[in-house]
Design a protein around this ligand. Structure first.
Ligand SMILES: Nc1ncnc2c1ncn2[C@@H]1O[C@H](COP(=O)(O)OP(=O)(O)OP(=O)(O)O)[C@@H](O)[C@H]1O
Ligand SMILES: [Mg+2]
Length: 262
């Protein structure tokens, strides 16, 4: 896979740089899963405070069952918190009805699932156009933008394939194209390289590096210390709370130092 040129997919707002408002801000956030009889099954998040600013590149780590996917699903507005507040790009999602939230989410967030979640009956091109369909984008523009995105991830010659006619790495790239086609300001990825061989995984990570360099905020769940190493900030979850939150190196250090002295 060649290094793609992502400038074309970056929203003007992102290119304009930080507006000071955190991309995501969680305040005392809790997520409890209940049994059908209403009793508590699992307290998956037990009070999470987390501020992530524009342009950050954050790894979420932690043992299996520590709450990483639950956290990502809340950040991605696929699931609502049980308690606490979530501000997405400065707006509280708590009071939004489902339709408003799903529109707002669609404009703001790109989500990459570990299991790709592509629609098997639809072509690669149609899969990537789906989020645009939900935004009411015309068919012509959907085809144009999906084609462009698929070209950027190196799949310009696979537009009419069905997902099952692709390799795992190619399916993951379709999922990436689908997450980026809406020009989100934040990209959430739950173990995006978990199912890939190391070369393909490296290529996917190189794409993330490139996107982050263009200003897109990236939050990635990983078990791989090598992946976390690329990120400037590591948030480690333990039993539904943040065990530690560390800025490791690079530009992130400067940002945090500036905040500390502000
Ligand atoms: N839909 C659900 N209903 C009930 N309990 C759930 C549900 N989803 C997750 N859990 C529980 O919540 C806890 C956190 O799960 P979560 O999927 O967030 O963990 P994780 O950190 O992503 O783990 P892994 O690294 O294995 O993916 C676990 O104890 C899990 O069993
Ligand atoms: Mg998980």
């Amino acid at each position: 896979m060649h290094a793609p040129e992502f400038a074309a997919v970056v929203d003007d707002a992102v290119a304009a740089g930080a507006n000071g408002v955190p991309v995501t801000e969680l305040r005392a956030l809790r997520k409890t899963y209940f049994k059908p009889d209403g009793s508590v099954m699992v307290e998956a998040l037990r009070g999470v405070d987390l501020v992530i600013r524009r342009g950050e590149y954050v790894a979420i780590m932690g043992a299996s069952g520590s709450g990483k996917s639950t956290l990502m699903n809340v950040l991605g507005c696929l699931d609502r918190p049980t308690q606490g507040e979530y501000l997405l790009d400065g707006r509280s999602i708590n009071a939004m009805d489902d339709e408003t939230l799903s529109r707002y989410r669609g404009r703001t967030i790109g989500f990459i699932f570990q299991a790709f979640n592509l629609i098997p009956e639809e072509t690669v091109l149609e899969n990537v156009g789906v989020p645009l369909f939900y935004q009411g984008v015309s068919r012509r523009e959907r085809v144009e933008r999906a084609t462009q995105m698929l070209g950027l991830v190196g799949l310009g010659d696979r537009l009419d394939h069905r997902p099952r006619e692709l390799s795992g790495g190619q399916q993951q790239r379709v999922a990436i194209a689908r997450a980026l086609v809406t020009r989100p300001i934040v990209l959430l990825a739950d173990e995006p390289t978990g199912n890939l061989d190391s070369t393909t995984g490296q290529a996917v990570l190189a794409m993330f590096d490139d996107l982050n360099a263009k200003g897109i905020t990236i939050i990635i769940v990983t078990h791989d210390p090598g992946v976390a190493e690329r990120c400037r900030r590591v948030v480690r979850m333990k039993d539904g709370v943040v065990e530690y939150d560390r800025t490791t190196r690079g530009a992130g250090l400067a940002t945090h130092a500036a905040e500390a002295s502000a």
